[in-house]
Design a protein around this ligand. Structure first.
Ligand code: PRP
Length: 210
């Protein structure tokens, strides 16, 4: 699916999906995308508002301290970009890529580093930025891994968390939204690498992954 840029527009028809406010004419294969979604959980505006609130909290908590924000590819790209721009403090940015899901819908618990940080963490305040915490296995492993590198602190910020799916207890300092245990896509979140580019978060219809 690709979202076309706004140009001259034909009439806008309301979509069948709640909160899905793109004119259908602007979506390629829009019917397919809409039928893949059950409903919209958070609109673009909801997300922007919550990310701004999280940024204000982070600014206040880290006032006077330099902060390294670490985005976990690929899902965290959107939240990292929006959060970084909403922060007023000095921050540096780095990225890691780890694997946990593959193309399925369940965590395997097996974490591999696909791309490591370029930054030496010694003495630094580190904030891991994630799109979602599901079982908690990835972040539990990642936090321990980063703590072993001698930072001053390591905290976690996630836009979404599924409390019912938790398999390990993990201390998450900043949570955008606690959500039900459903498969969600959009705003960086994928299923089989699709839907990441949606600017809202929706639940995936079971027929897509069952
Ligand atoms: C997602 C998410 C977290 C992880 C959370 O990444 O970004 O890294 O799963 O799951 P857990 O709490 O059950 O461990 P994913 O492996 O889907 O990769 P992606 O970010 O490239 O989409």
């Amino acid at each position: 699916m690709a979202v076309l840029s706004l140009g001259k527009t034909a009439a806008c028809r309301p979509s069948r999906v709640r909160g899905f406010d793109y004119p259908q004419e602007l979506l390629v294969d829009s019917h397919d995308v809409q039928s893949d979604l059950k409903h919209v959980l958070y609109t673009k505006e909801d997300i922007q508002r919550r990310v701004n609130e999280l940024a204000a909290e982070i600014d206040s908590d880290y006032a006077g301290r330099d902060l390294l924000i670490v985005g976990v590819l690929k899902g965290a790209v959107m939240v990292m970009a929006d959060l970084a721009r909403a922060l007023h403090s000095h921050v540096t940015m780095d990225w890691m890529a780890v694997s946990s899901y593959g193309s399925g819908t369940q965590s395997s618990g097996v974490v591999r580093i696909l791309k490591d940080l370029e930054t030496d963490l010694m003495g630094k305040h580190v904030l891991i930025v994630e799109d979602i915490i599901d079982s908690g296995l990835t972040l539990s492993w990642l936090k321990a891994n980063l703590l072993s590198r001698g930072p001053a602190s390591v905290e976690i910020c996630t836009l979404l968390r599924k409390p019912e799916a938790a398999k390990v207890n993990i201390d998450v300092k900043y949570v955008g939204y606690n959500i039900p245990n459903e498969f969600v896509v959009g705003y960086g979140l994928d299923f089989a690498e699709k839907y990441r580019n949606l600017d809202f978060i929706g639940t995936l219809a079971p027929h897509v992954y069952e």
